[in-house]
Design a protein around this ligand. Structure first.
Ligand SMILES: *Cc1c(COP(=O)(O)O)cnc(C)c1O
Length: 363
């Protein structure tokens, strides 16, 4: 088979989405499924929609265009504030965008008017992560300006946590964000259809027993794709962590004694060094989990050198890796890695996750 490749189990993606959607729906929270780590792959996006996501979230316009070209008609939100240079395309293919700059919003409004449409605006609020966001003290002013602009409709506010500054969403922070949503609605009228509380890092809070306030949406990528909570890295109970497998081919396998000082005694097991045809240009090598008995000795742009003691790898054979988020994101964007869909059976009512390792139990 073609190598390197990523095997994507769509049934597991669908299961992970359904599992989270079911639990969050009972808390009054909808799910926007974030496709940026898979470059807007239409098959994966469809599995997320089949699993109950009400909207897709993307950070790059090119990925949104890929989704639209594949015939996906579901609502799509651009979750990175748009580039002023792309506003014409944004209103054509995104229903909604997350914004922090009034100049850009004004351009979106003008573009939407030329297009005969109305573009939805969610204002991103800075809640301590110090990435994108409007400072809470300025939010009301910006919201009023947006409401006065033609071509755009203010439809909500969003917060983002644990991305850059690492601010972790806790009960107090989320209550603060709810209060901001209430104040904005009081000042601006009913414009808070979407109160999007954050990303996968918000799941321990969202699925806990505390009050959810007026938060009614989360934007989830990593939890759906990899079944883990990003801050702790723990597996989320009930979710598959192996929906994606990276497979690469062995191109060399030899016993290489190396410098005399480092050679094992002749009576010891001679480790076999093998080279796998994958490198730093393809993925984040440090984010790969190797199979038992194989250790990574190092990698260059195109080679990964591994050592085995037990079973010997053979030339032409394959090695399978699980990936963390950083490895997944880069591998999905690598032009030399094919994405192959597997497990594309019709959705089942109840698939059960079988996973090992530490788990995060979400009530
Ligand atoms: C990437 C991103 C998300 C999704 O984050 P995960 O940790 O993958 O769930 C949500 N919102 C914004 C604004 C993002 O950039």
């Amino acid at each position: 088979m073609i190598a390197p490749r990523i095997e994507v189990d769509l049934a597991k993606i669908r299961h992970n989405t359904r599992y989270l959607v079911d639990r969050l729906t009972s808390r009054g929270i909808s799910v926007t499924a974030v496709t940026k780590a898979v470059c807007g792959h239409p098959g994966i996006a469809q599995a997320m929609l089949d699993g109950g996501a009400v909207e897709l979230g993307e950070s790059r316009l090119r990925n949104v265009e890929r989704l639209r070209q594949a015939g996906i008609t579901a609502p799509i939100a651009l979750i990175r504030t748009p580039m002023a240079s792309q506003t014409d395309q944004v209103v054509l293919c995104c229903d909604t965008s997350y914004n922090t700059e009034i100049e850009v919003i004004a351009r979106l409004g003008a573009a939407a008017r030329r297009n005969g449409s109305v573009h939805n605006i969610v204002l991103m609020v800075e809640m301590g992560d110090m990435r994108d966001g409007i400072l809470p003290e300025n939010l009301q002013g910006v919201a009023a300006q947006v409401r006065a602009l033609p071509g755009v409709a203010l439809t909500g506010i969003g917060a983002n946590y644990a991305c850059l500054g690492g601010a972790v969403p806790d009960a107090a922070g989320m209550a603060g964000f709810s209060a901001i949503a209430r104040e904005t609605a009081a000042a601006c009228g009913p414009c808070m259809d979407t109160v999007s509380g954050g990303n996968s890092a918000n799941l321990p809070w969202a699925l806990g027993h505390g009050p959810k306030g007026c938060i009614n949406n989360l934007r989830l990528g990593e939890a759906i794709l990899l079944g883990v909570e990003p801050v702790s890295g723990d597996q989320i109970d009930g979710l598959h962590t192996d929906a994606f497998t990276l497979i690469a081919e062995v191109i060399e396998a030899k016993v290489k004694p190396g410098p005399t000082a480092l050679r094992p005694a002749p009576d010891q097991v001679q480790p076999v060094r093998s080279i796998v045809a994958i490198g730093k240009q393809d993925t984040d090598i440090s984010g790969l989990a190797l199979p038992e008995g194989i250790t990574c000795l190092g990698a260059t742009s195109d080679h990964m050198v591994v050592q085995t003691t037990a079973a010997r790898l053979r030339v032409g054979g394959e090695v399978r890796f699980l990936m963390n988020y950083s490895a997944l994101m880069r591998a999905m964007a690598a032009p030399d890695i094919a994405a192959v869909m597997v497990g594309d059976t019709p959705p089942r009512e109840r698939d059960t996750a079988s996973c090992d390792g530490p788990r995060l139990a979400l009530a």
